[in-house]
Design a protein around this ligand. Sequence first.
Ligand code: NAD
Length: 238
Amino acid sequence: TGAARGIGVANSKRFFVEGWNVALLDIEAETLGQTFKALASPDNTLAIECDVSDAKAVGFAIAKVSERFGRLDALVNNAGIAIFKPLLETMQADWDRVLAVNLTGPFLCTQAAAPLIREHGGGAIVNISSVASLVGIPLLSAYAASKGALDALTRSIAIDYATDGIRCNVVNPGLIDTPMAAPLMANPDQLGSILSHYPIRRPGKPEEVANMVLYLASDESAWVTGGTFRIDGGMTVW
Ligand code: NAD
């Protein structure tokens, strides 16, 4: 999900390299169309316009995946939004939307996808959270709350569905060079101040996150479930 740009595109490319078929879900139809055209052969790619916070749209998307590929081996809950505001300026509409996309989205996608994953012998769910779920970061109250809850949801799913062969893990990236992070990276002074918290003093690359996502989605990680995996240049250990 959230496959039209940023980390979602890097994930898709990484999976293609390994020979997977990939369904790209995104709310932004135009960007999704461009990404679809620029990616691998249409034979192993399916693009579906879908708002992950809309249960009906998610159900429809998973049905299309089933119809096209006949099975589902992994779900990557990557779609997310961030609103950079202090708590007192965070309107309830901001709060509701961030929670709807970042938390209700993975809940709905997992509910729709898990039966199909289970039907064909199991697989993996990878949730994309953030370091904001682990340490305090300014101006991200709604976002941090959504990602903290996503980490907790991951552990619950891992326990409930382990015996069905479904593993569920969460990835917690630090600052990654994508359109979402652009407002934080535009000003060199602000970027320098953010990177002073990173032992490896550069933003991460979407491809670096994709490597971890592929590991957690594939059988290489067959005995790994319920885990939180930081990919943050050392930010959270400082
Ligand atoms: P991005 O904004 O570049 O891309 C996000 C994609 O999600 C977009 O294509 C957008 O259209 C899509 N999307 C938004 N709302 C949607 C919805 N309701 N339904 C379907 N698709 C929707 O962001 P990114 O940096 O690639 O972020 C991907 C994930 O990584 C997010 O969950 C984000 O919270 C997380 N993350 C990003 C960073 C970072 O610094 N970039 C750091 C930590 C975590």
